[in-house]
Design a protein around this ligand. Structure first.
Ligand SMILES: [Zn+2]
Length: 488
């Protein structure tokens, strides 16, 4: 299913590929500008819906709200150590893009994963607050690991076996959604006209490396994790397949920047598992950038990075965390300096329905999962994992697909992938539109866990965080092809 909505604005000013011009005119020049503007309006009316009096029909509202978990809260769904200390707050940051049709929302949350009915809770609440449909709400987790995994169906299954609140605190979850929705609603009162889109990218030095490493005997393994930097083999092995670019899309009102959206493909953790709650190096780089430019909302999203971590360059030490912050911050700065702007002439929204099959493993049948869930001799963490698997399995059996949305600005596209899509997918997305600026975001609907490409499935990638079947690549490519659209 593809939903296509098109908004048009004709700039009429003929500066399509040039830097934006200032809209400030002197008093003496105003009469001439108005005459010019009326000609532009007459001209654009001949070509369909257009701006009014030369003003942009697009507006942007930005919001930020606290999403920090309480102490004693489960992290990453299954980690044994619960939150012990809030090192820095977790945030939900986003924007509402308003135009001549229904609003489009993007919300990036400093959480590990939001799944199944919990994901729908977020989208429904934000859609209501923005006055739009659920399909047009893009929610992405940044995927920090000392942060929550939420899944309403899994929570209910755990409730039935006496493990209430073990996956996450449902009351906290609902309060957070309400807080973010209220922030969004409030932001609409301060929506700013936007006239231009900025695009910039920079190579990130020494952060990302692929989990995949090849041993001296030629055997492949995926053992390089987030903090493998103390292991000489993992430290010295090549970076492997990564996307080296941090991409920044910005929204401008004339010469004034309103928002910068940064995307880079890596797992965002320098260290985790000790209950030290933090937005980690990605959130801390974002905060530093925000301090530089308080008037420009800074949003960071994680790209398709299921198989990418900072492992080659990070051993989990405070020193390495600081280095990762510095390197990501520097890339944000460089991407900003390289930004080129174009007038926003149109925004199109498309969404495909993606269905991914459930993994056929013997330990992932309904019977096996129920057995583990009910087994009081198993660890709580194993039973939580079984509940998560079962909730997803039930969703897939119901035939509920995944929305696969794309916001298309003509010169740039923003695509939201589900779960821990591997980096190969975002490289494929960019390759499909080589002339365009394609920003891929990962960790939308997160039930699938890892989403390997065909080649990584062929190399026997296995993990207990893997719930999709081999063959996902073709399904994703078909959905991508639908939403990325034809080159113009
Ligand atoms: Zn992960």
């Amino acid at each position: 299913m593809a939903i296509i909505d098109v908004f048009y604005e004709h700039s009429g000013s003929g500066y399509r590929s040039n830097p934006p011009q200032t809209h400030t005119v002197s008093r003496a020049g105003r009469a001439g500008w108005q005459l010019f503007a009326s000609v532009v309006v007459a001209y654009t009316f001949a070509f369909g819906p257009a701006s009014v009096n030369g003003e942009s029909p697009f507006q942007l509202a930005t919001f930020s709200a606290d999403a920090t978990i309480p102490l004693g809260h489960r992290c990453m769904g299954v980690l044994p150590t619960k939150s012990k200390k809030i090192v820095d707050p977790l945030l939900a940051r986003g924007f509402v893009l308003l135009g001549s049709d229904q609003p489009i929302v993007l919300c990036a949350v400093d959480w590990c994963e939001i799944r199944n009915d919990a994901y729908e809770q977020w989208r429904r609440a934000l859609a209501n607050a923005a006055g739009t449909t659920v399909e047009r709400v893009l929610v992405s987790s940044l995927h920090q690991h000392d942060a929550p995994v939420t899944d309403l169906g899994a929570a209910k299954l755990l409730d039935e076996v006496g493990l209430t609140g073990e996956l996450y605190d449902e009351a906290f979850h609902e309060r957070t959604i309400a807080r973010v929705a209220a922030a969004l609603r409030q932001s609409l009162q301060h929506a700013t006209p936007i006239t231009h889109l900025g695009m910039g990218q920079a190579v990130v030095e020494q952060i990302a490396s692929n989990r995949r490493v090849v041993a001296a005997d030629g055997r492949v393994n995926f053992g390089r994790g987030s903090r493998s930097g103390d292991n000489p083999f993992h430290r010295d092995a090549p970076e492997g397949l990564i996307d080296p670019f941090l991409k920044t899309i910005s929204f401008w009102n004339g010469d004034t920047a309103v928002l910068a959206l940064h995307a880079y493909a890596t797992h965002p953790m320098s260290s985790y598992g000790k209950g030290q709650v933090s937005s980690d190096f990605v959130g801390l780089a974002r905060r530093r950038r925000q301090r530089d430019a308080p008037g420009i909302m800074q949003i960071y999203v994680s790209g398709c990075s299921g198989d990418v971590t900072a492992g080659k360059y990070n051993n989990g030490s405070p020193l390495h965390r600081q280095q990762l912050i510095d390197r990501l911050y520097n890339a944000m700065l460089q991407a900003w300096e390289k930004t080129e702007r174009q007038p926003i002439e149109r925004v199109e929204f498309r969404s495909a329905n993606l269905t991914l099959e459930f993994h056929p493993g013997a330990d992932l049948t309904s019977e096996s999962l129920r057995e583990v869930l009910n087994d009081t001799n198993r660890s709580v963490e194993k039973r939580i994992l079984a509940a998560m698997g079962l909730a997803s399995r039930l969703r897939v059996e119901k035939g509920q697909g995944i929305d696969f949305p794309c916001v298309d600005f003509g010169c740039a596209q923003v695509v939201l992938f589900p779960g821990e899509s591997f980096v190969g997918y975002q490289l494929m997305a960019q390759k499909m539109r080589p002339e365009s600026f394609v920003m891929s975001i990962g960790y939308g609907e997160c039930w699938p866990g890892y989403i390997p490409t065909d080649s990584t499935f062929d190399e026997r990638f296995e993990d207990n965080w893997l719930w999709v079947a081999p063959g996902s690549e073709q399904r994703i490519l078909t959905a991508l092809d639908k939403v990325l659209g034809e080159p113009r």
